[in-house]
Design a protein around this ligand. Structure first.
Ligand SMILES: C[C@H](N)C(=O)N[C@@H](CCCCN)C(=O)O
Length: 722
C-alpha cells in the first residue's frame, strides 16, 4: 500500500519534476545522444558488410543477396510499430528501450558468431562445411537485430523529446538536429571502419576475411550503447504508459466506422468528422487525439516514395560507382566507400541549414514551414536522381557494347609464330599479328561459325558461340587445336580488374597465386584490385617478375611468349578485353549533395514534425508511423527491382525522379490543407469543454488506475483463494 502511494505521489509530481540542466538542456539527453551514436554505429557498421557476407561467405548470388538485404532493411522499419505499442501501452519507453536493446545486442552477438567459419570447417579448407547452420544462425541474428533496432527506434527519439520542459521548445528543435548528427557520426565512423575490419584476415585453422571482427565490433558497440543508456537512468523523465492505447484507438475507430454505417441514411444529421460517430461511447479527449494522429498519418501516404529513392544509395548508386574510377590522387576510394559522402555531408549541412539557411529564409520574411521544407526535400531528391541519370549517360558512353541476348561476340588472339589471316564465315576477315589480337569484338547474330586460318595447309574449324556471350578464339602455337574461351560480359564487381594469362611458353608455368598453367592453355579470370600489382612467373629454376598498374573495372588477357625467361618478362603482351572505367566517381558528388540536402529538409524535419504533432500519449506511435514510411519505401525498391526492368539504367533513374516530382506535387496539395496544431492546447481545450481542469483530469486518471489496481488485487486474492 505504501508503495502504491509513493508511486502515485511520483505520478502527480512528475510534471513539475525539474531535471538537471546544462546550458538550457536537460543533462539526461547526453546519455540519449551517446546511446544513439553507439546504436547507429552498431547498425550501420553491420549493414555495411552485410551484402558482402551474403555474397562471399554464404555464397548467395547477387540477386538473392540484394533481396534479403532490402527485406532486412524493410523489417527494421516495420518493427517500430511493435516497439511503439509495447512502449505506449505496456512497458513505457524507458523499459522498452532497455529490454529491446538486450534483444538487439543478443542479435548482434548471434550474427557475429554465425560468421566464424571455423565452427563448421571440419576439413579446414577455409569455407564452412555446414551452410545451413550459418544461414540459420545469421537469419536468427538478423531477426533479433531488426526487432531490437526497429523496436527502440521510435522510443529513443520520443524519449529524448520527453526530457524537455515546455519552456525548452527551442532546445527541443536543436536536440532533434543534434540527434540526427549523432546518427550520422555513428554511421560515418562505422561505414569507414567495418569494411577495413572485414578486409583483415583471421581464423583458427585457416585465415579468411575477418567477418567475425567486422560484426563483433558492432556487437560491442551495442552493449556499450545499452550500458550508457542505463547509466543515465537516475536522470530521465520517465512517462508511464497510458494503458493499452493502441487497442483503445483501434476499438474507437472501429466503433466510429460501425456507428457511421448504422446511421448511413440521410435522415441522420451529418457530423463534422467521421470520428465524431464514436462520441456515443468514447471519451472526447481520445477522439480528439485520434483525429490528430489520423491527420498526420494521412499526410504520410505519399512519403514512402522519398525513401524509395533515398535508400538506393546503398544499392543502385553503389553499383553505378563500380563502373567509375575512384582514383582521387591522394587516396583511392572504393565504390562502397562512396556512401560515406552522405553522413559527411549531413554533418556539414545540418549546422549550415540550422544556423544559416533557415534563419536567413526566416529573416527574408518567408514562411518555410515544416511541410514546405519536406516538399522541397523531395524535389531535391528528385534532382539527385536526374543528376544520377546524367552521370549514367556519361558512363554508358564509355561502357563496352555488350551483346544483346540474341547476339554473340568474338575476339581473336593469336599466339602462333606468324601473322595470320583469319576468316570467319561468311565474310569476316581479320589480319592478326603474332602475339596480337583483333582490334575489338566482332558481333554475330548467329551462333554457328566456321574459322579458317591461312596456314599451310589451311586449317578450318567449326564453332558454336554462346548466345548473349563474349568469347575469345585462342590460336595457340599449334593452330590445329585453336579453342574458344569465355570472356567477362559485364564490368568486374567492386571496381576490380579481371585478368587471365595465355601460356605461349613450351612448358608448364607457375604464376603468383594461380594454379600451374599447361602450355597453350588459358587461365580463368582472377580479380585484382586497382593499383600496382607484381606477378612472378616460374618454371623450375627459371623465373621472372613483371608488374602492371591497374585502374578500375578493366579486363585483360596477358600473352606469355616462349621467350619469356630470356627477356626477363619484357615480352609479355597485354590484350585489353575491357577498358578501365574512365568516368570519375567525383561526378557522383552532386547527386550525393542533392539527396543529402533533400534528406536534411525531409528527414530531420519529418522527425521533428512527427514528434510535435502527436498527442503526448501517442508520440511513439507517430514515430513508428513515420518509420513505417521507410519500410514501405524499401518494399517499393524490392518490387521495382524485380518487376520494372527498364533496358537503360538512366531511364530508370529518370522514372524515379518523375514519380517523386508527381508525388511531391500531391504532397504539397495535401500539406496546403493541413493546419499545424499544438496537441497540448487541443487536449487542454477538450478537457475544458468536458469541465475538467488538467489537475482534475490527472486526479481522475489516478482514481481510475487505483480502481484498476484494487480490482487486480481483489482478483489476485480470489485466485489465491481458489
Ligand atoms: C545515415 C543517414 N544519413 C541517416 O541519417 N539515417 C537516419 C534516418 C534513416 C531513414 C532512412 N533510412 C537513421 O536514423 O538512421
Amino acid at each position: 500500500m505504501i508503495n502504491l502511494t509513493d508511486e502515485k505521489m511520483d505520478k502527480t509530481t512528475k510534471k513539475k519534476k525539474k531535471t538537471a540542466e546544462c546550458c538550457g538542456y536537460p543533462i539526461s539527453i547526453f546519455f540519449i545522444v551517446v546511446n544513439e551514436f553507439c546504436e547507429r554505429f552498431s547498425y550501420y557498421g553491420m549493414r555495411a558488410v552485410l551484402v558482402l557476407y551474403f555474397r562471399y561467405f554464404l555464397l548467395w548470388d547477387d540477386d538473392l543477396a540484394t533481396s534479403i538485404y532490402h527485406a532486412f532493411v524493410a523489417l527494421c522499419y516495420l518493427t517500430p510499430i511493435l516497439g511503439a505499442i509495447i512502449a505506449d501501452s505496456w512497458l513505457g519507453k524507458f523499459k522498452t528501450i532497455i529490454y529491446l536493446s538486450i534483444v538487439y545486442a543478443i542479435g548482434q552477438v548471434t550474427m557475429a558468431i554465425s560468421t566464424i567459419h571455423d565452427i563448421t570447417d571440419a576439413n579446414r579448407d577455409g569455407t564452412p562445411d555446414n551452410f545451413t547452420f550459418h544461414i540459420a544462425l545469421s537469419m536468427l541474428g538478423l531477426i533479433l537485430i531488426a526487432l531490437g533496432t526497429g523496436g527502440i527506434k521510435p522510443c529513443v527519439a520520443a524519449f529524448g523529446g520527453d526530457q524537455f520542459q515546455e519552456h525548452q521548445s527551442r532546445q527541443l528543435n536543436t536536440f532533434f538536429s543534434v540527434f540526427y548528427l549523432c546518427i550520422n557520426a555513428g554511421s560515418l565512423l562505422s561505414t569507414l571502419i567495418t569494411p577495413v575490419l572485414r578486409a583483415q584476415e583471421c581464423g583458427i585453422h585457416t585465415q579468411q576475411q575477418c567477418y567475425p571482427l567486422a560484426f563483433g565490433v558492432p556487437a560491442v558497440l551495442m552493449v556499450i550503447s545499452l550500458v550508457v543508456f542505463i547509466a543515465g537512468s537516475g536522470m530521465y523523465v520517465k512517462t508511464d504508459p497510458e494503458g493499452n492505447i493502441m487497442w483503445s484507438v483501434c476499438k474507437c475507430i472501429g466503433f466510429a466506422i460501425k456507428n457511421r454505417f448504422r446511421h448511413r441514411s440521410s435522415s441522420y444529421p451529418k457530423r463534422e468528422h467521421w470520428m465524431d460517430w464514436a462520441n456515443e461511447k468514447y471519451d472526447k479527449l481520445l477522439i480528439a487525439q485520434i483525429k490528430m494522429v489520423l491527420k498526420v498519418l494521412f499526410l504520410y501516404i505519399p512519403l514512402p516514395m522519398f525513401w524509395t529513392l533515398f535508400d538506393q544509395k546503398g544499392s543502385r548508386w553503389t553499383l553505378q560507382a563500380t563502373t567509375m574510377s575512384g582514383d582521387f590522387g591522394a587516396f583511392i576510394l572504393q565504390p562502397d566507400q562512396m556512401q560515406t559522402v552522405n553522413p559527411i555531408l549531413i554533418l556539414t549541412l545540418v549546422p549550415i541549414m540550422d544556423r544559416l539557411i533557415f534563419p536567413l529564409i526566416q529573416k527574408c520574411g518567408l514562411n518555410f514551414s515544416p511541410l514546405k521544407r519536406m516538399t522541397v526535400g523531395m524535389l531535391f531528391a528528385a534532382m539527385a536522381f536526374v543528376s544520377a541519370a546524367l552521370v549514367q549517360i556519361e558512363i554508358d558512353k564509355t561502357l563496352p557494347n555488350f551483346p544483346s541476348s540474341s547476339e554473340s561476340q568474338l575476339k581473336v588472339v593469336n599466339t602462333y609464330s606468324t601473322t595470320l589471316n583469319v576468316t570467319i564465315s561468311p565474310n569476316e576477315h581479320l589480319l592478326i599479328e603474332s602475339f596480337g589480337s583483333s582490334a575489338d569484338y566482332v558481333t554475330f547474330d548467329h551462333q554457328d561459325i566456321t574459322v579458317s586460318l591461312n596456314t599451310n595447309p589451311v586449317i578450318t574449324k567449326a564453332f558454336s558461340l554462346i548466345k548473349g556471350g563474349r568469347q575469345t578464339l585462342i590460336i595457340p602455337s599449334d593452330p590445329t587445336v585453336m579453342y574458344l574461351k569465355e570472356d567477362v560480359k559485364s564490368k568486374p564487381r567492386e571496381g576490380k580488374n579481371a585478368i587471365r594469362f595465355v601460356n605461349g611458353y613450351t612448358a608448364d608455368l607457375n604464376i603468383t597465386n594461380l594454379d600451374s598453367i599447361e602450355p597453350s592453355a588459358t587461365t580463368n579470370y582472377t580479380l585484382v584490385n586497382q593499383g600496382k600489382r607484381d606477378f612472378v612467373l616460374r618454371h623450375g629454376e627459371q623465373w621472372c617478375e613483371f608488374s602492371r598498374k591497374f585502374g578500375f573495372g578493366a579486363s585483360y588477357t596477358f600473352l606469355i611468349p616462349s621467350t619469356v625467361f630470356s627477356d626477363d618478362c619484357e615480352s609479355i603482351t597485354e590484350v585489353e578485353d575491357m577498358k578501365p572505367n574512365s568516368v570519375h566517381m567525383a561526378l557522383q558528388i552532386p547527386q550525393y549533395f542533392l539527396i543529402t540536402t533533400g534528406e536534411v529538409m525531409f528527414s530531420v524535419t519529418g522527425l521533428q514534425f512527427s514528434y510535435s504533432q502527436a498527442p503526448k500519449n501517442m508520440k511513439s506511435v507517430l514515430q513508428a508511423g513515420w518509420l513505417c514510411t521507410n519500410a514501405v519505401g524499401n518494399i517499393i525498391v524490392l518490387i521495382v527491382a524485380e518487376l520494372g526492368k527498364l533496358p537503360k539504367q538512366w531511364a530508370e533513374y529518370l522514372l524515379f525522379a518523375s514519380l517523386l516530382v508527381a508525388v511531391s506535387i500531391i504532397f504539397s496539395i495535401m500539406a496546403y490543407f493541413y493546419t499545424y496544431i499544438d496537441p497540448a492546447e487541443i487536449e487542454a481545450q477538450v478537457r475544458k469543454e468536458q469541465g475538467l481542469e488538467p489537475e482534475e483530469m490527472e486526479k481522475e486518471t489516478l482514481e481510475m488506475e487505483e480502481k484498476d489496481e484494487d480490482q487486480k488485487n481483489e482478483q489476485g486474492v480470489k485466485q489465491t483463494k481458489i
